[in-house]
Design a protein around this ligand. Structure first.
Ligand code: HEM
Length: 183
């Protein structure tokens, strides 16, 4: 996993819980925390950090990753405004992940391992999304999408219909977008 993801986690933890909390997480996970954005590090480091945060906060690992994803979106929007400014809705932003954002990410961060999503419009207006990745970070994907909705001043419902963590071959999710919140 690319160092940028660890940098984002550090930023989010420090913003919400302070420097000491990040140091405590590193200690709990037995890691030194020297992550450069372009470097590649074992996925295991991320799982250990999430595990340490899960214990410290008394939150299931799924919720830790989801929280991280949601809170990381403002930092991603600041670092990569171009991926956001060409969209006026969460739906179109999310639909650009496979075709534009992650292919660009692989150019900026050689060796980046990104997941594969599948999208299908449903007759009721919702978006059916599949997620497949050996890293099984569907909770992070959910958090990113919920964070994107906050960015676009929208609300959405995210349902996990199937999950790799329950033994399914891929995750299947239903995303129902609601109208923009009045600003
Ligand atoms: C709603 C939008 C997005 C979704 C759902 C999404 C989802 C994910 C997920 C779940 C991963 C973890 C790897 C895996 O599951 O195999 C990931 C990795 C990554 N994503 Fe995205 N992403 C989104 C937008 C972005 C944006 C805007 C950026 C900005 C550049 C970005 C950059 C990255 C990077 C750098 C990685 C790490 C690759 C690696 O560690 O090798 N993503 N993404």
């Amino acid at each position: 996993m690319k160092g940028i993801v660890f940098n984002l986690l550090e930023e989010v933890v420090i913003r919400h819980q302070g420097e000491d909390a990040w140091d405590a997480l590193l200690e709990g996970a037995g890691l030194d925390g020297a992550y450069t954005s372009l470097g590649s590090y074992p996925d295991e480091h991320m799982y250990r950090l999430v595990g340490a945060a899960s214990e410290a906060l008394g939150m299931p690992p799924f919720d830790v990753l989801r929280w991280f994803g949601r809170e990381a979106m403002p930092s991603l929007a600041l670092r990569y405004p171009a991926y956001f400014s060409t969209h006026d809705s969460t739906r179109s932003f999310v639909l650009s992940v496979n075709s534009i954002i992650h292919p660009e990410v692989r150019k900026i961060y050689p060796g980046a391992d990104v997941p594969t999503f599948g999208f299908r419009d449903e007759p009721d207006g919702s978006l059916h999304m599949t997620y497949r990745s050996p890293r099984r970070l569907c909770a992070l994907a959910q958090g990113f999408i919920e964070g994107a909705a906050i960015h676009f001043n929208e609300t959405l419902d995210f349902e996990h219909l199937d999950c790799m963590h329950r033994g399914d071959p891929e995750c299947r999710c239903r995303i129902t977008f609601h109208d923009k919140r009045p600003s």
